[in-house]
Design a protein around this ligand. Structure first.
Ligand code: S3P
Length: 205
């Protein structure tokens, strides 16, 4: 048996003694990675925040598809929706994610609707390590309520919209290789959960 080490955090598994050799889970996951990690999940689930922390832990680059669309278009996401409409945004999203998935080992946070495009979804399931970042409705409502960056929620009842999207999208998100629960607690807890699941998944591949 070994002790699992996360930098300063020592995670003591039941029955593990302190004099056992240490096992650096971040380095072990990083060593096994040969393709991008792609985060999927609804708005407000915490993909961007968690994605940055995961990329940092693995010492790889982080990309957020919405931010890349904003960079490429020189507009905010609400502006893209307002000026050109959702189909235009979706096409840009498809192209941006295709380009990001060609970047080798990295972490990519996708917009909540990205996997509704069958081509994008096919690529994610076949060519990346996919993680569904799942959060309770109350957490997503709280997080999305903090800004007006999400055009699909503007002037609508957010609970109704997110509930409807969950019905349609959860059966798709659940095709991801790994599910990580982000319950609004410290992001480090989500990281530890993700590293353990990633290690176990990558070892069995
Ligand atoms: C969307 C989610 C948003 C953004 C756009 C549409 C969606 O990204 O891409 O507003 O369809 O769920 P986040 O999931 O990062 O909020």
């Amino acid at each position: 048996m070994v002790r699992i080490v996360f930098n300063a955090h020592l995670v003591h598994k039941q029955g593990m003694a302190n004099d056992k050799p240490e096992f650096d889970i971040k380095a072990s996951v990083a060593r096994l990675l040969d393709r991008p990690i792609v985060l999927v999940g609804l708005m407000g689930a915490g993909k961007t925040r968690f994605g940055r922390v995961l990329a940092d832990a693995l010492d790889v680059r982080f990309f957020d598809s919405d931010m890349e669309i904003e960079k490429a278009s020189g507009m905010s996401i609400p502006e893209v929706f307002d000026r050109f409409g959702e189909p235009y945004f979706r096409d840009g999203e498809r192209r941006v994610i295709k380009r990001l998935m060609e970047q080798g080992v990295c972490v990519i946070a996708t917009g909540g609707g990205a996997v509704m495009n069958p081509e994008t979804a096919g690529h994610i399931w076949d060519k990346t390590i996919s993680i569904w970042v799942r959060a309770p409705m109350s957490v997503m409502l709280e997080r999305t309520g903090r800004s007006d960056r999400r055009p699909l929620l503007r002037d609508k009842d957010p609970e109704e919209v997110l509930g409807g999207l969950a019905d349609v999208r959860y059966p798709i998100y659940q095709k991801a290789n790994i599910v990580v629960d982000s319950d609004g607690g410290p992001v480090d807890t989500v990281l530890i959960q993700a590293l353990e699941k990633l290690y176990s998944f990558l070892q069995k591949r």
